[in-house]
Write a new protein. Structure first.
Length: 546
Protein backbone atom coordinates (compact mmCIF):
# COMPACT_ATOMS: atom_id res chain seq x y z
CA UNK A 1 0.00 0.00 0.00
CA UNK A 2 1.08 3.65 -0.39
CA UNK A 3 1.92 4.14 3.31
CA UNK A 4 3.98 0.92 3.49
CA UNK A 5 6.03 1.91 0.45
CA UNK A 6 6.79 5.29 1.93
CA UNK A 7 7.81 3.82 5.30
CA UNK A 8 10.07 1.28 3.58
CA UNK A 9 11.95 3.99 1.69
CA UNK A 10 12.36 5.98 4.86
CA UNK A 11 13.56 2.94 6.75
CA UNK A 12 16.16 2.14 4.12
CA UNK A 13 17.54 5.63 4.45
CA UNK A 14 17.71 5.68 8.22
CA UNK A 15 18.30 2.15 9.50
CA UNK A 16 21.90 1.03 10.01
CA UNK A 17 23.68 -2.21 10.84
CA UNK A 18 23.42 -1.30 14.51
CA UNK A 19 19.67 -0.69 14.38
CA UNK A 20 17.84 -1.07 17.69
CA UNK A 21 15.00 -3.57 17.89
CA UNK A 22 12.15 -2.93 20.33
CA UNK A 23 8.97 -4.71 21.32
CA UNK A 24 5.75 -2.69 21.17
CA UNK A 25 4.03 -3.52 24.45
CA UNK A 26 0.97 -1.37 23.75
CA UNK A 27 -0.29 1.61 21.78
CA UNK A 28 -3.41 3.59 22.62
CA UNK A 29 -4.90 7.09 22.56
CA UNK A 30 -5.85 9.39 25.42
CA UNK A 31 -7.87 12.00 23.51
CA UNK A 32 -5.24 13.22 21.02
CA UNK A 33 -2.23 12.02 23.00
CA UNK A 34 -0.62 8.87 21.65
CA UNK A 35 0.73 6.60 24.39
CA UNK A 36 3.38 4.10 23.31
CA UNK A 37 4.93 1.49 25.62
CA UNK A 38 8.19 -0.04 24.43
CA UNK A 39 10.41 -2.79 25.80
CA UNK A 40 13.78 -4.06 24.59
CA UNK A 41 16.74 -6.24 25.57
CA UNK A 42 18.97 -4.27 23.22
CA UNK A 43 21.75 -2.53 25.15
CA UNK A 44 21.49 0.49 22.86
CA UNK A 45 17.87 1.19 23.72
CA UNK A 46 17.61 4.15 26.11
CA UNK A 47 15.34 7.04 27.00
CA UNK A 48 17.61 9.65 25.42
CA UNK A 49 17.29 10.51 21.75
CA UNK A 50 13.74 9.22 21.24
CA UNK A 51 11.59 11.45 19.06
CA UNK A 52 9.25 11.71 16.09
CA UNK A 53 10.87 12.98 12.89
CA UNK A 54 9.16 14.01 9.68
CA UNK A 55 11.07 12.23 6.92
CA UNK A 56 9.20 13.44 3.83
CA UNK A 57 9.45 17.20 4.36
CA UNK A 58 10.67 19.42 1.52
CA UNK A 59 12.23 21.70 4.10
CA UNK A 60 13.57 20.83 7.57
CA UNK A 61 11.00 20.60 10.36
CA UNK A 62 11.97 20.36 14.01
CA UNK A 63 11.57 16.86 15.47
CA UNK A 64 9.18 16.22 18.34
CA UNK A 65 10.50 14.68 21.58
CA UNK A 66 8.01 12.84 23.79
CA UNK A 67 5.61 15.11 25.64
CA UNK A 68 6.33 12.89 28.62
CA UNK A 69 8.58 9.88 29.09
CA UNK A 70 8.43 7.52 32.08
CA UNK A 71 10.45 4.44 32.94
CA UNK A 72 8.46 1.31 33.79
CA UNK A 73 9.50 -2.11 35.04
CA UNK A 74 9.29 -3.64 31.56
CA UNK A 75 10.43 -0.68 29.48
CA UNK A 76 9.53 2.91 28.64
CA UNK A 77 6.21 4.73 28.36
CA UNK A 78 6.18 7.54 25.79
CA UNK A 79 3.37 10.01 25.34
CA UNK A 80 3.12 12.32 22.31
CA UNK A 81 0.60 15.18 22.24
CA UNK A 82 0.18 15.41 18.47
CA UNK A 83 -1.63 18.74 18.86
CA UNK A 84 1.41 20.25 20.61
CA UNK A 85 4.31 19.69 18.28
CA UNK A 86 7.09 22.11 17.25
CA UNK A 87 6.18 25.76 17.94
CA UNK A 88 3.18 24.59 20.01
CA UNK A 89 1.23 23.65 16.88
CA UNK A 90 -0.21 20.32 15.68
CA UNK A 91 2.23 18.04 13.88
CA UNK A 92 2.35 19.01 10.22
CA UNK A 93 0.85 16.78 7.53
CA UNK A 94 3.17 14.04 6.36
CA UNK A 95 4.88 10.95 7.69
CA UNK A 96 6.45 11.10 11.16
CA UNK A 97 8.73 8.20 12.15
CA UNK A 98 9.70 7.13 15.67
CA UNK A 99 13.49 7.33 15.90
CA UNK A 100 16.34 7.15 18.36
CA UNK A 101 19.33 9.38 17.61
CA UNK A 102 18.17 9.76 14.00
CA UNK A 103 17.59 6.08 13.20
CA UNK A 104 14.17 4.49 13.00
CA UNK A 105 13.49 1.87 15.66
CA UNK A 106 12.59 -1.62 14.43
CA UNK A 107 9.35 -2.95 15.92
CA UNK A 108 9.67 -6.74 16.36
CA UNK A 109 5.91 -7.38 16.60
CA UNK A 110 4.34 -5.48 13.68
CA UNK A 111 0.90 -6.99 14.30
CA UNK A 112 0.62 -4.90 17.48
CA UNK A 113 -0.92 -1.98 15.57
CA UNK A 114 -4.40 -2.42 14.13
CA UNK A 115 -4.79 0.14 11.31
CA UNK A 116 -8.53 0.30 11.89
CA UNK A 117 -8.62 0.55 15.70
CA UNK A 118 -5.69 2.92 16.15
CA UNK A 119 -6.68 5.63 13.66
CA UNK A 120 -7.89 8.91 15.17
CA UNK A 121 -9.70 11.75 13.44
CA UNK A 122 -10.64 15.19 14.79
CA UNK A 123 -12.80 17.76 13.04
CA UNK A 124 -14.20 21.23 13.55
CA UNK A 125 -14.81 24.46 11.69
CA UNK A 126 -11.04 24.61 11.27
CA UNK A 127 -11.02 21.43 9.13
CA UNK A 128 -10.19 17.77 9.69
CA UNK A 129 -7.07 16.19 11.19
CA UNK A 130 -6.43 12.45 10.80
CA UNK A 131 -3.62 10.39 12.38
CA UNK A 132 -2.90 6.82 11.27
CA UNK A 133 -0.24 4.80 13.18
CA UNK A 134 1.53 2.31 10.87
CA UNK A 135 4.26 -0.30 11.14
CA UNK A 136 6.09 -1.13 7.92
CA UNK A 137 6.17 -4.86 7.11
CA UNK A 138 9.75 -4.69 5.78
CA UNK A 139 11.66 -2.23 7.96
CA UNK A 140 9.54 -2.48 11.11
CA UNK A 141 9.53 1.31 11.42
CA UNK A 142 6.67 2.81 13.43
CA UNK A 143 5.24 5.96 11.84
CA UNK A 144 2.30 8.35 12.05
CA UNK A 145 0.63 9.28 8.76
CA UNK A 146 -0.91 12.71 9.35
CA UNK A 147 -3.32 14.43 7.02
CA UNK A 148 -4.92 17.80 7.53
CA UNK A 149 -7.80 18.90 5.34
CA UNK A 150 -8.85 22.52 5.45
CA UNK A 151 -12.56 23.38 5.41
CA UNK A 152 -13.98 23.63 1.91
CA UNK A 153 -17.08 25.64 2.70
CA UNK A 154 -16.76 29.33 1.97
CA UNK A 155 -18.23 31.77 4.40
CA UNK A 156 -20.73 34.29 3.17
CA UNK A 157 -18.93 37.46 2.14
CA UNK A 158 -19.76 40.19 4.70
CA UNK A 159 -21.22 43.52 3.67
CA UNK A 160 -18.82 46.42 2.86
CA UNK A 161 -19.78 48.17 6.06
CA UNK A 162 -19.05 45.07 8.12
CA UNK A 163 -15.71 44.60 6.35
CA UNK A 164 -14.71 48.15 7.21
CA UNK A 165 -15.77 47.66 10.83
CA UNK A 166 -13.83 44.40 11.03
CA UNK A 167 -10.75 46.01 9.49
CA UNK A 168 -10.91 48.87 11.98
CA UNK A 169 -11.30 46.53 14.96
CA UNK A 170 -8.59 44.07 13.95
CA UNK A 171 -6.03 46.37 12.32
CA UNK A 172 -6.42 49.97 13.43
CA UNK A 173 -7.24 49.25 17.07
CA UNK A 174 -4.45 46.71 17.34
CA UNK A 175 -1.92 49.15 15.89
CA UNK A 176 -3.04 51.86 18.29
CA UNK A 177 -2.84 49.39 21.18
CA UNK A 178 0.68 48.26 20.24
CA UNK A 179 1.83 51.85 19.69
CA UNK A 180 0.70 52.78 23.19
CA UNK A 181 2.40 49.66 24.55
CA UNK A 182 5.66 50.50 22.76
CA UNK A 183 5.65 54.01 24.20
CA UNK A 184 5.05 52.64 27.71
CA UNK A 185 7.77 50.02 27.27
CA UNK A 186 10.27 52.66 26.15
CA UNK A 187 9.65 54.69 29.31
CA UNK A 188 9.55 51.68 31.64
CA UNK A 189 11.26 52.14 34.99
CA UNK A 190 11.86 49.94 38.00
CA UNK A 191 12.51 46.73 36.08
CA UNK A 192 11.45 43.61 37.94
CA UNK A 193 9.17 45.49 40.33
CA UNK A 194 5.86 45.90 38.54
CA UNK A 195 3.20 43.23 39.22
CA UNK A 196 -0.11 43.31 37.35
CA UNK A 197 -3.25 41.48 38.51
CA UNK A 198 -5.84 41.31 35.75
CA UNK A 199 -9.06 39.49 34.89
CA UNK A 200 -11.74 39.67 32.22
CA UNK A 201 -14.15 37.71 34.42
CA UNK A 202 -14.34 39.80 37.62
CA UNK A 203 -15.15 43.43 38.25
CA UNK A 204 -12.65 43.53 41.12
CA UNK A 205 -10.08 41.40 42.92
CA UNK A 206 -11.50 37.93 43.56
CA UNK A 207 -10.50 34.28 43.82
CA UNK A 208 -6.83 33.35 43.49
CA UNK A 209 -5.88 36.83 42.30
CA UNK A 210 -7.24 38.40 45.48
CA UNK A 211 -5.52 35.85 47.72
CA UNK A 212 -2.09 36.40 46.11
CA UNK A 213 -2.49 40.19 46.01
CA UNK A 214 -3.63 40.44 49.63
CA UNK A 215 -0.88 38.13 50.82
CA UNK A 216 1.75 40.32 49.14
CA UNK A 217 0.30 43.31 51.01
CA UNK A 218 0.32 41.34 54.30
CA UNK A 219 4.01 40.59 53.78
CA UNK A 220 4.73 44.25 53.10
CA UNK A 221 5.77 43.54 49.52
CA UNK A 222 3.62 46.39 48.25
CA UNK A 223 6.41 48.66 49.54
CA UNK A 224 8.98 46.89 47.35
CA UNK A 225 6.82 46.20 44.30
CA UNK A 226 4.29 48.26 42.41
CA UNK A 227 1.00 46.35 42.45
CA UNK A 228 -1.48 47.29 39.71
CA UNK A 229 -4.91 45.91 38.86
CA UNK A 230 -7.12 45.86 35.76
CA UNK A 231 -10.53 44.19 35.67
CA UNK A 232 -13.60 43.68 33.52
CA UNK A 233 -16.89 42.25 34.79
CA UNK A 234 -17.11 39.66 31.98
CA UNK A 235 -15.48 38.75 28.67
CA UNK A 236 -18.52 40.16 26.84
CA UNK A 237 -18.40 43.51 28.69
CA UNK A 238 -16.74 46.55 27.13
CA UNK A 239 -13.92 48.43 28.78
CA UNK A 240 -14.27 52.08 29.63
CA UNK A 241 -12.27 54.50 27.47
CA UNK A 242 -10.02 55.15 30.44
CA UNK A 243 -9.22 51.45 30.82
CA UNK A 244 -8.57 51.12 27.09
CA UNK A 245 -5.76 53.66 27.46
CA UNK A 246 -4.48 52.19 30.74
CA UNK A 247 -4.36 48.53 29.70
CA UNK A 248 -1.55 48.67 27.10
CA UNK A 249 0.55 50.78 29.48
CA UNK A 250 0.05 48.38 32.37
CA UNK A 251 0.80 45.30 30.25
CA UNK A 252 3.91 46.86 28.71
CA UNK A 253 5.36 47.93 32.05
CA UNK A 254 4.56 44.74 33.95
CA UNK A 255 7.31 42.32 34.88
CA UNK A 256 4.87 39.70 36.20
CA UNK A 257 1.28 39.35 34.97
CA UNK A 258 -1.10 37.32 37.09
CA UNK A 259 -4.41 36.43 35.46
CA UNK A 260 -7.25 33.96 35.86
CA UNK A 261 -9.65 32.39 33.40
CA UNK A 262 -9.78 33.52 29.75
CA UNK A 263 -8.31 36.89 28.73
CA UNK A 264 -8.16 37.31 24.93
CA UNK A 265 -6.01 40.46 24.89
CA UNK A 266 -3.17 38.55 26.58
CA UNK A 267 -3.04 35.95 23.81
CA UNK A 268 -2.23 38.61 21.19
CA UNK A 269 0.21 40.56 23.33
CA UNK A 270 3.97 40.18 22.88
CA UNK A 271 5.14 40.68 26.45
CA UNK A 272 8.81 40.01 25.74
CA UNK A 273 11.17 37.27 26.95
CA UNK A 274 11.70 38.65 30.45
CA UNK A 275 8.03 38.96 31.44
CA UNK A 276 6.22 36.19 33.28
CA UNK A 277 2.57 35.53 32.41
CA UNK A 278 1.08 33.26 35.07
CA UNK A 279 -2.34 31.65 34.83
CA UNK A 280 -3.93 31.24 38.28
CA UNK A 281 -6.79 29.10 37.00
CA UNK A 282 -9.82 29.00 39.30
CA UNK A 283 -10.35 25.21 39.42
CA UNK A 284 -8.54 23.10 42.01
CA UNK A 285 -8.06 20.04 39.80
CA UNK A 286 -8.69 18.48 36.40
CA UNK A 287 -12.15 16.93 36.05
CA UNK A 288 -14.15 17.93 32.96
CA UNK A 289 -12.15 18.55 29.80
CA UNK A 290 -11.50 22.24 29.08
CA UNK A 291 -9.57 24.33 26.56
CA UNK A 292 -7.68 22.40 23.91
CA UNK A 293 -8.66 19.10 25.54
CA UNK A 294 -12.02 19.65 23.82
CA UNK A 295 -10.61 19.60 20.29
CA UNK A 296 -13.08 17.74 18.09
CA UNK A 297 -15.90 18.13 20.64
CA UNK A 298 -18.92 20.38 20.04
CA UNK A 299 -17.80 23.96 20.60
CA UNK A 300 -14.16 22.88 20.94
CA UNK A 301 -11.35 25.23 19.85
CA UNK A 302 -9.12 25.08 16.81
CA UNK A 303 -5.78 23.38 17.58
CA UNK A 304 -4.17 26.11 15.47
CA UNK A 305 -5.44 28.91 17.72
CA UNK A 306 -3.12 30.95 19.96
CA UNK A 307 -5.22 31.32 23.12
CA UNK A 308 -3.45 30.31 26.35
CA UNK A 309 -0.24 29.32 24.57
CA UNK A 310 1.87 32.30 25.67
CA UNK A 311 1.60 31.56 29.40
CA UNK A 312 5.05 31.21 30.84
CA UNK A 313 3.56 29.29 33.77
CA UNK A 314 0.31 27.85 35.07
CA UNK A 315 -0.31 26.50 38.56
CA UNK A 316 -1.94 23.24 39.65
CA UNK A 317 -2.60 21.53 42.95
CA UNK A 318 -0.62 18.34 42.30
CA UNK A 319 1.87 16.62 40.01
CA UNK A 320 -0.97 14.30 38.95
CA UNK A 321 -2.81 17.18 37.26
CA UNK A 322 0.18 18.62 35.35
CA UNK A 323 -0.43 16.69 32.08
CA UNK A 324 -4.11 17.63 31.97
CA UNK A 325 -3.55 21.37 32.41
CA UNK A 326 -0.67 21.39 29.92
CA UNK A 327 -2.96 19.74 27.40
CA UNK A 328 -5.83 22.14 28.13
CA UNK A 329 -3.66 25.26 27.76
CA UNK A 330 -1.55 24.00 24.86
CA UNK A 331 1.74 24.57 26.70
CA UNK A 332 4.69 22.26 27.54
CA UNK A 333 4.37 20.35 30.80
CA UNK A 334 7.46 22.00 32.26
CA UNK A 335 5.54 25.28 32.36
CA UNK A 336 2.89 23.80 34.70
CA UNK A 337 3.98 24.06 38.33
CA UNK A 338 2.32 22.11 41.20
CA UNK A 339 2.48 24.92 43.74
CA UNK A 340 -1.00 24.36 45.17
CA UNK A 341 -4.00 26.68 44.78
CA UNK A 342 -4.03 29.98 46.72
CA UNK A 343 -7.72 29.96 47.63
CA UNK A 344 -7.29 26.41 49.00
CA UNK A 345 -4.92 27.56 51.75
CA UNK A 346 -7.86 28.26 54.05
CA UNK A 347 -8.96 24.61 53.80
CA UNK A 348 -5.79 23.63 55.66
CA UNK A 349 -6.05 26.31 58.35
CA UNK A 350 -8.20 25.29 61.33
CA UNK A 351 -9.02 28.83 62.39
CA UNK A 352 -10.21 29.82 58.91
CA UNK A 353 -12.26 26.66 58.63
CA UNK A 354 -13.97 27.46 61.92
CA UNK A 355 -14.64 31.03 60.81
CA UNK A 356 -16.11 29.81 57.54
CA UNK A 357 -18.37 27.35 59.35
CA UNK A 358 -19.69 30.14 61.57
CA UNK A 359 -20.47 32.28 58.51
CA UNK A 360 -22.50 29.39 57.09
CA UNK A 361 -24.46 28.97 60.33
CA UNK A 362 -25.12 32.71 60.50
CA UNK A 363 -26.47 32.60 56.93
CA UNK A 364 -28.57 29.46 57.56
CA UNK A 365 -29.40 29.21 61.30
CA UNK A 366 -31.54 26.09 60.78
CA UNK A 367 -28.45 23.94 60.05
CA UNK A 368 -27.05 24.40 63.58
CA UNK A 369 -27.02 21.03 65.32
CA UNK A 370 -28.48 19.23 62.30
CA UNK A 371 -27.05 16.92 59.67
CA UNK A 372 -26.32 19.27 56.76
CA UNK A 373 -26.43 18.20 53.12
CA UNK A 374 -25.33 20.39 50.22
CA UNK A 375 -26.87 19.61 46.82
CA UNK A 376 -24.69 21.49 44.30
CA UNK A 377 -24.88 20.20 40.71
CA UNK A 378 -23.29 21.91 37.74
CA UNK A 379 -25.16 23.41 34.80
CA UNK A 380 -26.05 21.85 31.46
CA UNK A 381 -25.39 23.78 28.27
CA UNK A 382 -22.40 25.56 26.76
CA UNK A 383 -22.37 28.70 28.92
CA UNK A 384 -24.31 31.48 30.64
CA UNK A 385 -26.67 32.10 27.73
CA UNK A 386 -28.17 28.60 27.63
CA UNK A 387 -27.30 27.16 31.05
CA UNK A 388 -29.99 24.98 32.61
CA UNK A 389 -30.70 22.06 34.91
CA UNK A 390 -33.48 19.47 34.60
CA UNK A 391 -35.47 20.08 37.78
CA UNK A 392 -37.93 17.41 36.63
CA UNK A 393 -35.39 14.86 37.85
CA UNK A 394 -35.99 15.93 41.46
CA UNK A 395 -38.81 14.67 43.71
CA UNK A 396 -38.84 17.38 46.37
CA UNK A 397 -41.40 15.56 48.52
CA UNK A 398 -39.19 12.47 48.69
CA UNK A 399 -36.09 14.53 49.54
CA UNK A 400 -38.00 16.33 52.27
CA UNK A 401 -39.16 13.02 53.72
CA UNK A 402 -35.58 11.72 53.97
CA UNK A 403 -34.47 14.96 55.62
CA UNK A 404 -37.23 14.67 58.23
CA UNK A 405 -36.26 11.09 59.07
CA UNK A 406 -32.58 12.05 59.44
CA UNK A 407 -33.26 15.41 61.07
CA UNK A 408 -31.30 16.93 58.23
CA UNK A 409 -31.35 20.18 56.28
CA UNK A 410 -30.55 20.16 52.56
CA UNK A 411 -29.07 23.35 51.13
CA UNK A 412 -29.63 23.43 47.37
CA UNK A 413 -27.19 25.67 45.52
CA UNK A 414 -27.29 25.86 41.73
CA UNK A 415 -24.45 27.03 39.49
CA UNK A 416 -24.67 30.84 39.06
CA UNK A 417 -25.06 30.43 35.29
CA UNK A 418 -28.53 28.92 35.83
CA UNK A 419 -31.06 31.73 36.24
CA UNK A 420 -34.12 29.60 37.03
CA UNK A 421 -34.39 29.07 40.82
CA UNK A 422 -34.99 25.73 42.46
CA UNK A 423 -38.81 25.17 42.31
CA UNK A 424 -39.08 24.07 45.94
CA UNK A 425 -42.74 23.92 47.10
CA UNK A 426 -43.45 26.20 50.06
CA UNK A 427 -44.38 23.28 52.36
CA UNK A 428 -40.88 21.81 52.07
CA UNK A 429 -38.76 24.94 52.59
CA UNK A 430 -38.20 24.20 56.27
CA UNK A 431 -35.80 21.42 55.27
CA UNK A 432 -34.98 22.23 51.61
CA UNK A 433 -33.32 25.65 51.22
CA UNK A 434 -32.51 27.36 47.92
CA UNK A 435 -29.17 29.08 48.57
CA UNK A 436 -28.31 29.96 44.98
CA UNK A 437 -28.76 33.71 45.45
CA UNK A 438 -27.62 33.85 49.08
CA UNK A 439 -24.50 36.06 49.28
CA UNK A 440 -22.17 33.51 50.85
CA UNK A 441 -18.92 32.08 49.55
CA UNK A 442 -19.56 28.43 48.69
CA UNK A 443 -16.25 27.56 50.36
CA UNK A 444 -17.56 28.94 53.67
CA UNK A 445 -20.63 26.80 53.18
CA UNK A 446 -18.57 23.63 52.65
CA UNK A 447 -17.09 23.86 56.15
CA UNK A 448 -20.57 23.34 57.63
CA UNK A 449 -21.57 20.48 55.31
CA UNK A 450 -21.63 16.81 56.35
CA UNK A 451 -22.52 15.36 52.93
CA UNK A 452 -22.07 16.76 49.41
CA UNK A 453 -24.35 15.73 46.54
CA UNK A 454 -23.05 16.84 43.15
CA UNK A 455 -22.46 15.48 39.66
CA UNK A 456 -19.73 16.91 37.41
CA UNK A 457 -18.74 19.96 39.45
CA UNK A 458 -15.14 20.68 40.40
CA UNK A 459 -16.39 21.37 43.94
CA UNK A 460 -15.44 17.75 44.52
CA UNK A 461 -11.78 18.80 44.90
CA UNK A 462 -12.39 21.39 47.63
CA UNK A 463 -14.71 19.15 49.60
CA UNK A 464 -12.37 16.15 49.44
CA UNK A 465 -9.85 17.98 51.65
CA UNK A 466 -12.41 17.83 54.49
CA UNK A 467 -12.47 14.01 54.18
CA UNK A 468 -16.26 13.90 54.28
CA UNK A 469 -18.56 11.70 52.13
CA UNK A 470 -19.90 12.56 48.68
CA UNK A 471 -22.72 11.25 46.47
CA UNK A 472 -22.85 11.73 42.70
CA UNK A 473 -26.25 12.09 41.04
CA UNK A 474 -25.38 11.55 37.35
CA UNK A 475 -28.71 10.95 35.63
CA UNK A 476 -27.34 12.04 32.22
CA UNK A 477 -23.82 10.64 32.38
CA UNK A 478 -23.78 9.13 28.88
CA UNK A 479 -24.93 12.38 27.27
CA UNK A 480 -22.45 14.41 29.30
CA UNK A 481 -19.54 12.17 28.27
CA UNK A 482 -20.51 12.50 24.61
CA UNK A 483 -20.64 16.30 24.71
CA UNK A 484 -18.00 17.20 27.31
CA UNK A 485 -16.09 14.14 28.54
CA UNK A 486 -13.59 13.80 31.40
CA UNK A 487 -9.85 13.44 31.73
CA UNK A 488 -10.34 10.19 33.64
CA UNK A 489 -13.43 7.98 33.17
CA UNK A 490 -16.11 9.22 35.55
CA UNK A 491 -16.65 5.85 37.20
CA UNK A 492 -12.94 5.56 38.04
CA UNK A 493 -12.54 9.18 39.05
CA UNK A 494 -15.22 10.18 41.54
CA UNK A 495 -14.62 9.41 45.25
CA UNK A 496 -18.10 8.21 46.10
CA UNK A 497 -21.17 6.28 45.06
CA UNK A 498 -22.71 7.11 41.66
CA UNK A 499 -26.50 7.27 41.46
CA UNK A 500 -27.78 7.07 37.88
CA UNK A 501 -31.43 7.51 38.92
CA UNK A 502 -33.22 9.55 41.57
CA UNK A 503 -34.34 6.33 43.30
CA UNK A 504 -30.71 5.25 43.60
CA UNK A 505 -29.88 8.60 45.17
CA UNK A 506 -32.69 8.19 47.71
CA UNK A 507 -31.47 4.68 48.51
CA UNK A 508 -27.97 5.98 49.21
CA UNK A 509 -29.36 8.72 51.48
CA UNK A 510 -31.59 6.31 53.43
CA UNK A 511 -28.77 3.82 54.04
CA UNK A 512 -25.81 6.24 54.32
CA UNK A 513 -24.18 4.34 51.46
CA UNK A 514 -21.66 6.77 49.96
CA UNK A 515 -18.49 4.67 49.48
CA UNK A 516 -16.69 7.23 51.63
CA UNK A 517 -13.55 5.07 51.82
CA UNK A 518 -12.56 6.50 48.41
CA UNK A 519 -12.20 10.09 49.64
CA UNK A 520 -8.78 10.06 51.42
CA UNK A 521 -6.92 8.56 48.44
CA UNK A 522 -8.61 11.04 46.11
CA UNK A 523 -7.57 14.01 48.25
CA UNK A 524 -3.99 12.74 48.51
CA UNK A 525 -3.74 12.33 44.71
CA UNK A 526 -4.97 15.84 43.91
CA UNK A 527 -3.23 17.77 46.69
CA UNK A 528 0.49 17.03 46.92
CA UNK A 529 0.97 19.40 49.84
CA UNK A 530 -1.78 19.49 52.43
CA UNK A 531 -0.68 22.82 53.91
CA UNK A 532 -1.66 26.48 53.81
CA UNK A 533 1.49 27.73 52.05
CA UNK A 534 0.48 27.64 48.36
CA UNK A 535 0.14 31.42 48.14
CA UNK A 536 3.59 32.03 49.61
CA UNK A 537 5.10 29.43 47.26
CA UNK A 538 3.65 31.29 44.28
CA UNK A 539 4.94 34.65 45.49
CA UNK A 540 8.39 33.27 46.32
CA UNK A 541 8.66 31.39 43.00
CA UNK A 542 7.27 33.86 40.49
CA UNK A 543 7.84 37.26 42.09
CA UNK A 544 10.75 37.17 44.53
CA UNK A 545 12.60 34.31 42.84
CA UNK A 546 12.26 35.61 39.29
Amino acid sequence: MEEATRVESIGAATLSDGVISVHLLSLHWERFQLVIRLGSDDAGFAASGLRLERMDAERPIDPMPPTRLDAENDGLRLRFNVMLGPNQRPLASGLWVLTQDGAALRITNPDAVDPELNVRSFAGRWGRYRISPLIDDVTGALSLKIRRRRPRARRKRPSPRRRVTSWFNTVVRRRIFMALADIARATKRGHGRHILFTSDSHASLAGNLAVVHDRMVERGLDREYKLSTMFKSSIAARRSWRDRWRLPRLLARADVIFLDDYQPIIYRFDAGPDVKIIQLWHASGAFKTVGYSRIGKPGGPSPFASRHKNYTHAIVSSEHDVPFYAEAFGIPEERVVPTGIPRMDRFFDESQRAAGRQKAIDAFPSIAGRHTILFAPTFRGSGPRNASYDYQQIDFAALHGVCVIKDAVMIMKMHPFVREPWPIPADFRDRLIDATRTPIDVNDLLFAVDLLITDYSSIVFEFSTLLRPMLFFAYDLDEYVASRDFYVPFEKFVPGRIARTFEEMLDALRHDDYEAHKVPAFAQKHFDRRDDNATDRIIDTFVIGR
